[in-house]
Design a protein around this ligand. Sequence first.
Ligand code: SF4
Length: 574
Amino acid sequence: MTLTVQDLRVTFPLDGKMGLRAVDGVSFDLAPGTSLGIVGETGAGKTTIARALLGLHPPECVQGSIRLDGRELVGLSEEAWRAIRWRRIALVPQSVGTALNPVYRVGDQIAEPMRHHLGLSLAEAWGRSLELARRVGLEPRHLRAYPHQLSGGEKQRALLAMALSCAPDVLILDEPTSGQDMLSRARLLDLLDALRREGGMGLLVISHDLAAVARLTEQVAVLYAGQLVEVGPTAEVFQDPRHPYTWGLLHAYPDMATARDLRGIRGTPPDPANPPPGCRFHPRCTQAIDRCRREEPPLREVGGRWIACHLGGLQTLLRAEGLRKTFSVNGGGPEEQVEAVREATLEIREGEVVALVGETGSGKTTLGQMLVGLLPPDGGRVLLEGRDLTAAKGKERRAMMSRIQLIPQDPFDAVSPRLTVAEIVREPLDIQAIGTPEEREAKVRQALRTVGLPTSPGFLARRAHELSGGQLQRVVLARALVLEPKLLVADEPVSMLDPSEQARVINLLKEIQTERGLALLLISHDLALVRKIADRILVMHRGQIVEEGPGSRVVTRPEHEHTRMLLEVAPRLG
Ligand code: SF4
């Protein structure tokens, strides 16, 4: 038995017409003994797919094809669907609280599908119910009980026993872990995993619980606004998400292995009655281009993965290859060569937060300055959006440099004390000759509002030395944002501030990064700080990048001796 879904579309009436496309062009196969997870935010259309597979929508709402062993199910009569449900395709629904009938004993409800669909007598069906109860971890007393006498976890098992009662070819689990406490969830997952390993059935797991999907499925399909955006082997997709939405979904998931704060996907899912044109994810995507606003990207194979993205998935924003920098120093004696940066290679992806950590003098600031184009490297190159920044000249170079902005370590050093707030923030616009004077003023005010500063004439006329450290750091951040960059390189942006102001500025930086979809390279000596926000951590020591990995891995299982040392000396309260 293979379930083959092709170009499934489910459209509901809206204002008297068929207008709400909840599922749009979904295709997948489910063979016996295999498992598929469908993941996505609430409202993506996951449950609508499950209900379509059971013929639970009005027939006029469902188009496309659902075939079971080659037999078309779309368009079947209600009577024909009744022969499919339970026997061929069974569902464990999400709402366990209401799925059982409160006036019948649980055992009668498990026995009912076997009596109805398999023609068993009451005694035979009860006998099989006892077997099923044992299989799902229920006791005989649970069968004699009424639903209100069972806990949520026990009800879930009873529904699972019902779904298994007619030995279906396909078992659909709709949010199997929702509403379960952690212990019940763990036991349920053990049980479901054991059932999966018994083989035979095709298992479809629909859930926003990514860890449950990781445990129970071999393949995963990521659903966004009714459309599949990424499909591939579950372990590979979760380890290395390629679609920007999958990446965001995984970063929003609370994972015990990471110390990073949760990061939501910016914006909200679209209204299914009025989805945006082109790629439905484009209003939330950090790398959207014009084409994304016009054309819908098809799901196509890219390097062994199916991805719906005009750009083939998540892009590398900046790539540095083999950067080198040597300084000549003369401390009163003969000239000496100091290799500040040696063969540094790194990548920053669209919308990613990368931390570059190391002690003072490790070469991080020099590397940061080469990345933003302020310091020419002795060797190697920097590619920004695929173009060579190191080789670019004149206008092209200025335009490229405006895409990367540096937030310097000491804001008092970075700006002239004679300039007013308005002049500090406006200066990059003046240099790049962007907009009319009125447009520049509007951009200055907007940037100041973004960083939470006033825009009153009095504040705009203040000079740098009249501001507190925290205020000036925000002004410098507004100056960096006014050119609408794609990447912010923040060099120890809070090291001059007290801990409370540090937390405020870091939270602000993070908020702006998420809202604007910027990539952020945070240069810091403070592992305790960067572990809260970094997706990836690079560790620098004596001019070299000695370790690189996901933030959660680097801080919990450091591989390089120097990283271990940095972790040991990181500040701890108690
Ligand atoms: Fe969609 Fe374009 Fe973003 Fe790809 S780059 S996910 S097509 S908006």
